[in-house]
Design a binder for this molecule. Structure first.
Ligand SMILES: [Cu+2]
Length: 187
């Protein structure tokens, strides 16, 4: 009896978490907030502020003097517009991010890409969350610092990277929803 209840609870919890994965698919409006697919937005800064997960969508919003080309890395680097993977000319353009990996988008209007209308998207698998770049636990001292009298580095203490807010949100929501389902089933 107790074992069956535990199994039921676990099943509900897993199912809830899977539902949340679907519900948490994000639309990333390129450049938003504060910008859009235009000539004045820094898309490198914008992209690095986002976590693109499989299942999310990329949404380009732009005026009629722009377009959206998905291109190869080579064309991305050179702002080449020949043989694009896809071309869209009417805003909004929604790009489903269906697989992990890098994708490259530029504006195909002459001169715009070279003025910065280009964005590289690194899509991570939904389970892995944001890419974890291994970093040394303590700051590296200057390689050739002329002085040894610099103040000691602050105590590092616990060097564990905090989980991302997205993961926190998911776990919290999963806990609340799972608990809710549990209460319903036990009543
Ligand atoms: Cu443009």
């Amino acid at each position: 009896m107790a074992k069956a209840s535990i199994m039921r609870i676990l099943t509900v919890f897993v199912a809830t978490t899977m539902l949340l994965d679907v519900a948490l698919a994000v639309d990333h409006t390129v450049g938003s907030p504060g910008g859009s697919w235009d000539l004045s937005t820094n898309f490198g800064v914008w992209a690095s502020s986002q976590t693109f997960s499989v299942g999310d969508n990329l949404v380009f919003r732009y005026t009629s003097n722009h377009d959206v080309l998905e291109v190869t890395k080579s064309n991305y680097d050179s702002c080449g517009t020949s043989g694009p993977i896809s071309t869209s000319t009417s805003s909004p353009t929604t790009i489903p991010l269906t697989a992990a990996g890098k994708r490259y988008f530029i504006c195909g209007i002459p001169g715009h890409c070279s003025q910065g209308m280009k964005v590289e998207i690194d899509v991570v698998s939904a389970a892995s969350g944001p890419p974890s770049t291994p970093t040394p636990p303590s700051p590296t001292p200057p390689a050739n610092g002329p002085t040894t009298s610099s103040p000691p580095p602050p105590p590092t203490g616990v060097a564990v990277n905090p989980p991302s807010s997205a993961i926190n949100l998911k776990m919290t929501a999963a806990s609340i929803l799972g608990f809710g389902f549990l209460m319903v089933m036990l009543l």
